[in-house]
Ligand binder design. Structure first.
Ligand code: GDP
Ligand code: MG
Ligand code: ZN
Length: 301
């Protein structure tokens, strides 16, 4: 009979798997035809067969999504960490991350960290207001935390239940501090060293991708790979689809990119003018669109 498990780490040809039913961590190999057909990713849900004391992956369950950098699959939600204070919010990066989420069927959640620094900081207060006003309006959940003072961490943890979540955000926003705070208060935490013992190898490269079990069916990914990525597989012609606020606009042309068209024909531009669509979001859309188009033109012309 097949056992269902989730790949939480890959160590060359050894797959470290959490058996969800029993919460056991096992090491498995994969059948040649499974590897040949499709590479196996961290995040994959797999069928495993046990013979004697050996585990063998026999098939991979259909994936919800796959990310290439870092290589990981089945991410349900992205906790996009933004810090108030140092470093200040990078709104272009924030919007790029949301674009990637929408494109990959990942739920974006904005996590504002370092709220302990807000107090009398006027710029920080402004940023806080702006993020709340702009992003809640387009349906994105926002959580407020201070990893330093351990505030809001419980609220964040509630959002992680039954989900596979990744953290992203530029360097210094507090991703490591937040994941540390979450892991510290989670039972059955698996140390890197423990997995090493399980595989009797102990080999570990900093590049490897790890999923941590924080409770039954709840996983978090801590990887530096998300920090400064480019939108590597997004086509500028599809970018407009990743903006919820554009979805009910009635432009005169169905293929309107909302960039060079005039507001006579572009309803997005009209809504920006009238304040229904946030001007900053729109300007960053145009910026990201032009960058993607530049890359595309360079490659194909
Ligand atoms: N004031 C304050 N500093 C924080 C907070 N969280 C993290 N930091 C600091 O911000 C810096 C970067 O944190 P780190 O977790 O390494 O960020 P990462 O690069 O996103 O992983 C460190 O010096 C942390 O001590 C917080 O909630 N408040
Ligand atoms: Mg870090
Ligand atoms: Zn338009």
């Amino acid at each position: 009979m097949d056992i269902l498990g989730k790949v939480i780490r890959i160590d060359l040809d050894i797959y470290i798997i959490n058996i969800e039913k029993t919460n056991d961590i096992i090491a498995a190999k994969a059948r040649g035809n499974v590897k040949k057909r499709d590479s196996i990713y961290v995040g994959d849900v797999v069928n495993i067969q046990k013979t004697n004391s050996d585990y063998m992956i026999t098939s991979v369950i259909n994936r919800k999504n796959v990310l290439i950098r870092p290589p990981v699959s089945n991410i349900d939600q992205m906790i996009i960490v933004v810090s108030i204070g140092a470093p200040q919010p990078d709104y272009i990066l924030l919007d790029k991350q949301i674009d990637l989420c929408v494109a990959k069927n990942i739920t974006p959640i904005i996590c504002i960290n370092k709220i302990d620094l807000v107090k009398d900081d006027l710029k920080a207060k402004e940023d806080l207001e702006y993020i709340k006003k702009t992003y809640e309006k387009i349906g994105i959940k926002i959580v407020y935390v201070s990893a330093k003072e351990n505030t809001g961490i419980d609220n964040l943890k509630k959002l992680l239940i039954d989900m596979t979540s990744a953290f992203s955000g530029n360097s210094g926003v507090g991703k490591s501090s937040i994941t540390k705070a979450i892991l510290k208060s989670s039972p059955q935490r698996l140390e890197i060293g423990d997995i090493g013992k399980k595989t009797k190898r102990g080999r570990h490269t900093t590049k490897s991708v790890n999923l941590y079990t924080i409770s039954e069916n709840s996983y978090i990914l801590d990887t530096p790979g998300f920090s400064s990525y480019e939108l590597y597989d997004i086509d500028h012609r599809n970018l407009r689809e990743y903006y919820p606020e554009f979805s009910n606009c009635n432009c005169s042309y169905s293929d309107c990119a909302h960039v060079v068209e005039s507001s006579n024909v572009c309803d997005v531009k009209r809504k920006v003018k009238s304040g229904l669509i946030d001007n900053g979001r729109y300007e960053r859309y145009v910026y990201i669109y032009n960058k993607l188009k530049e890359n595309y033109d360079r490659r194909y012309k």
